[in-house]
Unconditional design. Structure first.
Length: 88
């Protein structure tokens, strides 16, 4: 594997781990330090906010469940595949 492919995979894996950690820690807000949650929020919100806004505009994010992480995972996998296939 080339260095580019490894770097792309590492970057996307890190972003997915951060989003997953944010999801899990959102249920444990009272247990986890607010500083840790705020750091995760600041790192992941630039990715999730535009997706959340788009889902809201098309009427899919009006309930209690936030689907933006699921859509982010799907979009990141598509983007990862496109980037890797462009540079193979």
């Amino acid at each position: 594997m080339s260095i580019f492919i490894k770097a792309v995979n590492t970057l996307f894996n890190l972003i997915e781990i951060l989003i997953l950690a944010r999801i899990i820690l959102s249920y444990l807000r009272n247990i986890v330090s607010p500083k840790i949650y705020n750091i995760l929020f600041q790192l992941t919100e630039p990715i999730l906010y535009p997706i959340r806004e788009l889902l809201y505009k098309i009427g899919l994010n009006k309930g209690m469940i936030d689907f933006s992480p699921i859509v982010a995972f799907l979009l990141m996998n598509v983007l990862r595949t496109v980037l890797i296939n462009l540079f193979i």
